[in-house]
Design a protein around this ligand. Structure first.
Ligand code: ARG
Length: 565
């Protein structure tokens, strides 16, 4: 039960004219804690009671002051300020967390499925910073969906189809070297692709050759298929290394190629419903009524397009997963594309297209400029992650050289730092990529939260938590920051709910920063392993609760929590 539930329930006993639900909604958090934990705005009762809000506040104060459901009640103008019964609620919150453990804040599974399109890099090309963001945000949203009772289906919609593969095959046939491709596939294939474009500027016939190769591929030609399969496999091997480092896995890998045999059906359907019109030889769906440019469905030479494949994919996902909603975690540059796909589906009469949601995000910047993983001197993402891990290792060497399992901890810290740095701001904001900054132990970083967790774990070991976890101590400790901590811990379930419904992992990241900060303040003021046995037990129960929430919060973001660091 949340603190607002508790308060609304108590108020409903003495207020008849509003439901408990409405009372709960009306509760406000006062601008500062001195004014109370919650405030009830009495003007919302004025009409019903035909009294002034000030009078109502006074009357309610009188009624509640004589009971013990609140520690204190104060009428301040039209507001009734409420001070919650600290000890009772402290006991409730801590016992709920310790009983539920990592299930604290979880919603019972509803069975509804939510496909989440995430990561989706393009084969034969470097894994970009944008794909990193999609992977990290998508994975956190998937974890949050699960926590909220849904079944997420993580789908990697690999960019493994399209005319660019015809171009790549042309380039490989003409200038490629098998050995070089095997050695560093992405670098080599990307270089071939760049070379193709340079040469095609002078010799436009190359473009025709590229188109012809892609036609062969679409038609199932064995030569083309073999080459394509090889490029795909080599690229996937590279991507796997990144997924392993990030510890992200997928439920399904149907790349764009998966829809090759499902697109004619879409084209036929659009034709039957008279939605296809010709434009410069290509087939398009007109979207002028929505003030949008037309959606390109088929090229002059009959080749399919990105949008066609997304239409087929959307239908496939609906019939396979009967989704409650279908999410696409893709950069904001593709907003128009997703709006167009949705409108075409609606024109086809598929109302469920309303449940498709594009979840856009901003760019990753370095020194204020777009960070690129392209071009000849390619910085590959894997290398960037390795650099971060190396730096984390150097930091450990400096701060805690006797730490066990250094390599492993360095990886957890390095990768956690990158993920947290990405998730700590609203996803639409651009993110600055600064390795030194994101690895700092103070401030708003992943390592800061991890370090707080490890510190708390050390306290539990020192205090022999293992021997006392069954006790149920009274909480007659009234210490600095205790109440802030309790209120924050109590918020966790509502944070998890909001972070999912707004598809905004930063709500959870920011919450973890606040929780860690309060804990460190508490730890700085209070000697936890001092005083009577009962006091120590009470404090250790609190510390344990903090570790449960920090660890689960980090897990939801896709970050691991080391017990020592
Ligand atoms: N491969 C695309 C890109 O890198 C992203 C795919 C996003 N998903 C989708 N269903 N269109 O731009």
């Amino acid at each position: 039960m949340s603190i607002k539930d508790y308060t609304a329930h108590q108020l409903s006993i003495i207020i008849d004219s509003l439901s408990e639900e409405d009372l709960k909604k009306s509760l406000e958090v006062p601008p500062n804690r001195e004014m109370g934990d919650l405030a009830f705005p009495c003007f919302i009762l004025a009409k019903h009671l035909k009294q002034s809000p000030v009078q109502i506040a006074k009357e309610l104060e009188g009624k509640l002051s004589s009971s013990d459901v609140f520690d204190r009640v104060e009428a301040t103008g039209p507001y009734l300020n409420l001070f919650l019964p600290k000890r009772k609620l402290t006991e409730q919150v801590i016992s709920e967390i310790l009983v539920d453990g990592e299930q604290y804040g979880s919603v019972k599974a509803s069975g509804h499925q939510i496909p989440i399109d995430l990561s989706s890099p393009n084969i034969a090309k470097p894994f970009s910073m944008g794909h990193l963001r999609s992977t990290v945000i998508g994975n956190a949203v998937a974890n949050l969906a699960e926590k909220n009772g849904y079944k997420p289906i993580r789908i990697n919609h690999l960019g493994d189809w399209g005319t660019q593969f015809g171009k790549l095959m042309t380039a490989y046939e003409k200038w490629g070297n098998e050995h070089a491709v095997r050695k560093s596939p992405i670098k080599e294939l990307n270089a071939l692709y760049v070379l193709f474009h340079e040469k095609a500027k002078e010799d436009p016939s190359l473009d025709d050759e590229g188109r012809a190769w892609f036609k062969k591929l679409e038609g199932g030609d064995s030569n083309a298929t073999a080459l394509w399969k090889w490029f795909r496999e080599e690229s996937l091997k590279e991507f796997e290394k990144i997924y392993e480092l990030l510890d992200v896995s997928f439920d399904a890998y149907p790349g764009e190629s998966f829809y090759n045999d499902k697109m004619q059906a879409i084209v036929d359907e659009l034709n039957e419903k008279k939605l296809l019109v010709e434009s410069d030889g290509a087939m398009v769906v007109d979207l002028e009524e929505f003030d949008m440019p037309p959606a390109l469905i088929q090229k002059k030479d009959g080749a399919s397009l990105y949008a066609t494949r997304d239409l087929a994919a959307a239908k496939y996902r609906k019939s396979t997963y009967h989704f409650a909603e279908s999410l696409y975690v893709v950069g904001h540059e593709q907003s128009l594309h997703f709006q167009q796909v949705k409108k075409v589906l609606l024109k086809l009469g598929y109302d469920w297209a309303e449940d498709m949601k594009h979840i856009p995000f901003g760019m990753i910047l370095q020194d204020g400029k777009k960070m690129s993983t392209r071009k000849g001197k390619t910085v590959l993402l894997e290398e960037v992650l390795k650099q971060t891990i190396e730096q984390a290792k150097r930091n450990i060497e400096e701060k805690n050289p006797t730490l066990k399992a250094k390599e492993q901890v360095a990886e957890i810290i390095g990768v956690g730092a990158v993920i947290f740095n990405d998730l700590k701001q609203s996803r639409l904001n651009d993110v600055e990529f600064d390795i030194e900054q994101m690895l700092r132990f103070e401030g708003e970083t992943g390592p800061y939260i991890q370090y707080t967790y490890a510190r708390a774990c050390t306290l539990l070991t020192k205090g022999s938590w293992g021997e006392m976890k069954e006790t149920n101590p009274p909480y007659n400790i009234d210490e600095a920051y205790l109440w802030d901590l309790i209120l924050t811990l109590e918020h966790f379930p509502s944070i998890v709910e909001r972070a999912f419904h707004e598809y905004e992992p930063s709500i959870l990241s920011r919450y973890l920063i606040v929780l860690a900060r309060y804990f460190n303040q508490y730890y700085g003021k209070v000697r936890i392993l001092s005083g009577t046995d009962e006091e120590q037990q009470a404090r250790l129960h609190l510390v344990k609760s903090v570790t449960v929430v920090l660890k689960e919060g980090l897990r939801l973001l896709g970050i691991k929590a080391p017990e020592k660091m």
